[in-house]
Design a protein around this ligand. Structure first.
Ligand code: SF4
Ligand code: SF4
Ligand code: SF4
Length: 258
């Protein structure tokens, strides 16, 4: 199967939140806000629509072509699939959260409130895509602001729109080259920095740099037995502390409501 991608055309997005609702339904995620425009990414919300001035911008995992989350994970809990989706295997995850620190788009979220916490994020509706279906969010979008298909085709459509409507679009496809390319591409009526996008990202994939950087601190990335055991204990201990804090906060909130 060919490499897939989203094309998000910000000029077409009306901020209706149908993508947000469809994602919730598809992934059995609880409602976290009555207003999709006021919600935030979380372990229970894999995509949001943010209002930035006069425009609406979707945020979700970018499914980077050469993802940093994959390269920094010491146990291979993240994988880049043949269709482009970046998946996560909770059975392998140690809970170190390197993926969260390394992601250039600040996407992965941790289940702080869970007894067995996982990292959560958009998975490009992988099962649907493998079966030749559209991701739920793309299917639900009433205006065509979220398109989905072969990455080559999405790039062609984006280029064509920029070329045919130079007055309508800022002449850049975000995600074509950023961090070595992503499987979520954006086209916009205004420069991307005006919409809060990070436009300072390198054009090459980050993992090469990450490996170099991490190689300089071997104790941090060694996955050999002894270190891994210590690291695993440490991570679990950190999780316990975080969970205790979370539970305490929850109790305080409940007391406040009484
Ligand atoms: S956006 Fe972040 S979580 Fe998603 S693939 Fe890229 S590095 Fe991984
Ligand atoms: S691709 Fe699927 S998981 Fe990702 S934002 Fe869209 S509906 Fe949610
Ligand atoms: S469903 Fe389409 S138009 Fe509605 S908020 Fe999502 S991307 Fe924008």
């Amino acid at each position: 199967m060919k490499r897939k991608a989203f094309l998000i055309d910000i000029t077409e997005c009306v901020g209706c939140g149908a993508c947000y609702e469809a994602c919730k339904e598809q992934n059995n995620l609880p409602q976290t806000s009555d207003d999709p425009l006021r919600d935030s990414l979380s372990d229970k919300t894999y995509t949001i629509v943010e209002q930035r001035g006069d425009f609406f911008v979707r945020r979700m995992c970018q499914h980077c072509e050469d993802p940093t989350c994959v390269s920094v994970c010491p146990v291979g809990a993240f994988t880049k699939t043949e269709v482009g989706a970046v998946l996560y295997d909770e059975s392998k995850c140690l809970g170190c959260r390197y993926c969260m620190q390394a992601c250039p788009f600040q996407i992965p979220r941790y289940e702080w409130g869970s007894v067995k916490p996982r990292v959560q994020k958009c998975i490009m509706c992988y099962d649907r895509v493998k079966n030749g279906e559209l991701p739920a969010c793309a299917e639900a979008c009433p205006t065509g602001a979220t398109l989905f298909g072969d990455r080559d085709e999405m790039i062609e459509i984006a280029k064509q729109r920029l070329a045919e409507n130079p007055e309508k679009y800022y002449q850049h496809i975000y995600g074509l080259e950023e961090v070595g390319g992503t499987s979520v591409l954006y086209i916009s009526p205004v420069p991307f920095e005006e919409l809060g996008f990070n436009t300072k990202l390198l054009k090459t994939a980050l993992p090469n740099f990450t490996h170099e950087a991490l190689a300089k601190i071997p104790t941090l990335v060694t996955v050999g037995g002894v270190l891994l055991t210590g690291f695993y204990w440490l991570t679990n201990r950190k999780n316990e502390i975080a969970r205790e804090k979370f539970e305490e906060k929850k109790k305080q909130n409940l007391r406040g409501e009484e």
